[in-house]
Design a protein. Structure first.
Length: 189
């Protein structure tokens, strides 16, 4: 399944349509949500002591795909689900301040960072804005499984997570909805 991947199209029909703000719909939905008085009171400490680093991709509904409920886990999201400095910062806070001890890295098929280069991204930013983004490493990748292993290694090697914790890595197939473990649970000690 790891090899089953395709590039994300560079443009989408919606990219050329006038922007229709979602804020009014979001506000209306929030008013309905806020009016419910029987919402459970949840702790900021995840009940399952689980923290997952994954991609910001809008197709990923990992709570549902992994059988989780609100309050069960921290889900950290960034472009590609990469173990960047900021992701490590969040993992460390999750562990030391909020008690998580199991850390998962989940990358997915058809990711926008798959088989692109920093140069292509930098050029796109410059073309669109005139600004230079070459100081940003967008952490693109050519091999889905290798990117998971690299990020698990980055997390294990950071030396900032509790010795009694574990980290694992997996891929998620956006077409099939299937999770495939690439790196089994690995002790942080």
């Amino acid at each position: 399944m790891i090899g089953k991947d395709a590039r994300v199209p560079d443009t989408d029909q919606a990219d050329h349509q006038p922007l229709e703000l979602n804020l009014p719909r979001v506000q209306e939905a929030n008013q309905s949500y806020a009016s419910v008085s029987n919402r459970p009171v949840l702790s900021p400490r995840p009940a399952k002591r689980l923290c997952i680093l994954t991609c910001m991709d809008a197709r990923l509904d990992l709570f549902r795909a992994l059988g989780l409920s609100p309050g069960d886990a921290h889900i950290l999201r960034n472009a590609g689900g990469r173990a960047s400095t900021d992701a490590i910062r969040s993992l460390v806070l999750s562990a030391h301040h909020l008690g998580t001890r199991e850390f998962g890295v989940i990358h997915h098929t058809k990711c926008g960072l798959y088989q692109v280069s920093n140069q292509a991204i930098w050029d796109g930013v410059t073309d669109a804005t005139g600004a230079d983004a070459s100081h940003i490493d967008f952490l693109p990748f050519d091999d889905l499984g290798a990117s998971v292993r690299q990020d698990v290694d980055e997390i294990v090697g950071c030396g900032l997570l509790p010795a009694d914790g574990v980290v694992w890595g997996a891929t998620f197939d956006v077409d099939e909805g299937a999770l495939t473990v690439v790196v089994p649970p690995t002790p942080l000690a």
